[in-house]
Write a protein that binds this ligand. Structure first.
Ligand SMILES: *Cc1c(COP(=O)(O)O)cnc(C)c1O
Length: 394
């Protein structure tokens, strides 16, 4: 009998972290690996935010805080939702956790009963299904293909809903595809959800600020009849290059927020006091660099999409946001190439050509792979030319 619990047997470690560590191992062994696996911005945290953290340490902001966030940070989040999304929340409708990931974990642990279903459109962020499984729920994976721009259609949503549906998760712009829902697309999904009054919506807006080509970000809580059953998750990790600071937040129904605090009070307690002070500055301070950074991401996206589409056997959509592309490599899989599937493709690409990417199957959609272009143009140019050579060698 193994010491590990039955609960643990239900879940798998994060596959994106697995690729990153394999690449790190190869690099440590002296190999020139280019990592396009990591899901974080390559930019540094802006100086004004770092200064706020240093100031917090000097001031003695180094003690326990309120479990689910300091009043100052909750206020900054409240103002953020008002300013950027035209959404009003009371402070008791806001929760702060140790990264968006903990916020999601709290939300599902606090609300899911055994057998409850959670609709997850695929390709999905790798942690959703496993968090649902840990909470005792049933992930209901709905595949959204390339020809649907990897987005959930009202028809598929309608079909996926059942008496057991407790939540549906929406992530726009998406990790791993970069696809983002327009206002119209969200309204069409909302129309279906209107009739299913017991279903809650988890909107993961972590890439809100990374969009291109004057795309207008819209979030489902802005639909008046859904606001009362939407929990909107966001955080400072991606927008402000603060992945290591571990601050995420959510706004939504008071009852859920209170239940989430209860979970957090018996697990981690408050997120780091110093990171919370830094997050206040992130949200209240200058937002100028956000656009500059999105512009350089856009330049990289343009390069990556165009050059991938020039590789025979690869097809790549042009995404609206985030810093990922999700190219299709189905034409390179099969008897002729001796590539078994996307995982095999990715493993051979790493082994032979020293480029680390993540297989589509890790995100619930076979025949693709994810590239994170949150790295320098120089790295991207080198990596793409290696991918091209690799594909031509098959
Ligand atoms: C990065 C990410 C998160 C949360 O990240 P944290 O660092 O835990 O705040 C949530 N959802 C998606 C889709 C992400 O890519």
């Amino acid at each position: 009998m193994s010491i590990v619990s039955n609960t643990l047997k239900r879940i798998k470690p994060s596959p994106t972290i697995a690729v990153t560590s394999k690449a790190r191992e190869m690099r440590a062994a002296g190999r020139d690996v280019i990592g396009l696996g990591a899901g974080e911005p390559d930019f540094d945290t802006p100086d004004n935010i770092k200064e706020a953290a240093i100031e917090a340490i000097k001031k003695g902001d180094t003690k326990y805080t309120a479990v689910d966030g300091t009043p100052a940070l909750k206020k900054a989040i409240q103002e953020k939702f008002q300013r950027e999304n035209n959404l009003s929340y009371n402070l008791d409708q806001i929760s702060v956790g140790t990264g968006g990931k903990q916020v999601l974990y709290n939300a599902f642990m606090a609300t899911i009963n055994k057998g409850d279903e959670v609709i997850i459109p695929a390709p999905y962020w790798v942690s959703y299904p496993d968090i649902i499984l840990l909470a005792g729920g049933k992930p209901k994976i709905i595949k959204c293909e390339e020809k649907e721009n990897f987005k959930l259609t009202p028809k598929k949503l309608q079909k996926a809903l059942s008496k057991k549906t407790k939540w549906i998760i929406l992530n726009s712009p998406s990790n791993p595809t970069g696809a983002a829902y327009t206002k119209k697309e969200i309204e069409d999904l909302a129309e279906i959800l209107k009739k299913h009054k017991k279903v809650y919506i988890l909107s993961d807006d972590i890439y809100e600020h990374i969009t291109y080509d004057s795309f207008n970000f819209f979030t489902i809580a802005q639909i008046p009849h859904l606001k009362d059953r939407t929990l909107t998750m966001n955080g400072v990790s991606k927008s402000y290059s603060m992945t290591g600071w571990r601050i995420g937040y959510a706004a939504g129904p008071k009852e859920i927020i209170k239940a989430m605090a209860k979970i957090q009070s018996q697990s981690t307690s408050n997120p780091t006091s110093i990171s919370q002070a830094a997050a206040v500055e992130a949200l209240n301070g200058t937002q100028d660099f956000i656009k500059e950074r999105a512009d350089s991401f856009k330049q990289r996206r343009n390069f990556v999409v165009e050059s991938l589409n020039n590789i025979k056997g690869i097809n790549c959509l042009n995404p609206e946001g985030a810093f990922y592309v999700f190219p299709n490599c189905k034409k390179l899989i099969g008897k002729k190439t001796k590539i078994k599937d996307d995982t095999d493709f990715v493993e051979k690409l790493l082994e032979k050509s020293e480029v680390a990417v993540v297989p589509g199957s890790a995100f619930g959609l076979q025949g693709h792979f994810r590239i994170s272009y949150a790295t320098s143009m120089e790295n991207l140019e080198k990596a793409i030319s290696r991918i091209k050579k690799f594909c031509e060698s098959l």
